[in-house]
Design a protein around this ligand. Structure first.
Ligand code: G3H
Ligand code: 13P
Ligand code: ZN
Length: 317
């Protein structure tokens, strides 16, 4: 069942687990995510980036996500706009029936220039004014999560300033705050080992003890999934993501939503590459999209269990 994101976030926050938020662009991804949530009895966020909205021509993906909610009324699920960068795109998402939106005020609409604290606050307040009366939850971002996002090129990490975070939430009472503590989007996060700024997170949580926090760029880039891609002709250089144990430790510091996209991309790509390598004669899309869907489902289920979300679906009223 589709519910406002806040209902899931608050339950996760008060019960010390994190909800997994997984990106989708097509039917197989939506099915994999809802199947994993149903199998583990977890609430879940299905999130749609601006690129995904465009790729799916707005209504297709919305209708597929609504179909998932209809198929599984027992699973509390938020349909979430990931990295909205303008009031216009937020309005589009809300018009489509999204139950949660992110306004990413870390960069301007061109994706090239950092927004000032004041401008970020202003756009976030405008989004709150629009979303709140419509029952839609709002996530904002302070600091800059690094890496690649559509339209934004490669962004430099700008760690969130805890004092600014406190001031920001006092002035814009959002439902959740995305913070930057060293993660970045994409597969190439760390060269050697995962290093998160845990002391910054602790300070943010101390100053904002009632605000659910959100971790972006949280793929773990599992070596075994990268190995499948490379075994079947891929060329992904050696890289490190965020360790599951480190993600788990952030949950004790107020992190209630953990965003994962890249791990799903790697899982699906490995399965498809393997299928093509082993069956060069086959050409029915169901035969390679099926294993890709299964690989994504396995990854999503593992994350929902690791984040402590499993078993909570029926506890959310
Ligand atoms: O935050 C980035 C997500 O992984 C979405 O990626 O903008 O390429 O759809 P995308
Ligand atoms: P990853 O690239 O680490 O999967 O992060 C996804 C994300 O933050 C989506 O908003
Ligand atoms: Zn993100």
């Amino acid at each position: 069942m589709l519910v406002p994101g806040k209902i899931i976030l608050d339950h996760a926050f008060h019960n010390h687990y994190a909800v997994g938020a997984f990106n989708a662009n097509n039917m197989e991804q939506v099915q994999a995510i809802i199947d994993a949530a149903a199998e583990t009895q977890s609430p879940v966020f299905i999130q749609v980036s601006r690129g995904a909205l465009q790729y799916s021509r707005l209504i297709y993906l919305r209708n597929i996500i609504q179909a998932a909610a209809e198929e599984h009324p027992e699973i509390p699920m938020a349909m979430h706009l990931d990295h909205g960068n303008s009031l216009a795109v937020v309005k589009t998402a809300i018009g489509l029936g999204f139950t949660s939106v992110m306004i990413d005020g870390s960069l301007d609409e061109s994706g090239k220039k950092a927004l000032s604290f004041t401008d970020n606050l202003a756009i976030t307040q405008a989004v709150l004014d629009y979303a709140r009366p419509r029952g839609v939850s709002v996530e904002a971002e302070l600091g800059t999560i690094g890496g690649v996002e559509d339209g934004a090129g490669v962004k430099r990490i700008l760690v969130t300033d805890p004092a600014q975070a406190e001031q920001f939430v006092q002035q814009a009472p959002i439902d959740s705050l995305a913070i930057a503590i060293g993660t970045s989007h994409g597969a190439y996060k760390f060269k050697e080992k995962c290093e998160l700024q845990h002391s910054v997170l602790q300070d943010i949580h101390r100053r904002l003890p009632t605000t659910p926090l959100v971790m972006h760029g949280s793929s773990s880039v599992p070596a075994e999934l990268v190995a499948i891609v490379n075994r079947y002709g891929g060329q992904m250089p050696d890289t490190k993501g965020v360790d599951i144990e480190q993600l788990q430790s952030t949950i004790q510091q107020g992190v209630s939503k953990i965003n994962v996209d890249t791990d799903g991309r790697i899982a699906m790509t490995g399965a498809i590459r393997q299928f093509f390598a082993e069956h060069p004669d086959k050409f029915d899309p169901r035969e390679y999209l099926g294993p890709a869907r299964a690989a994504l489902k396995a990854m999503v289920a593992a994350r929902l269990i690791a984040f402590g979300a499993a078993g909570n679906a029926s506890k959310i009223k």
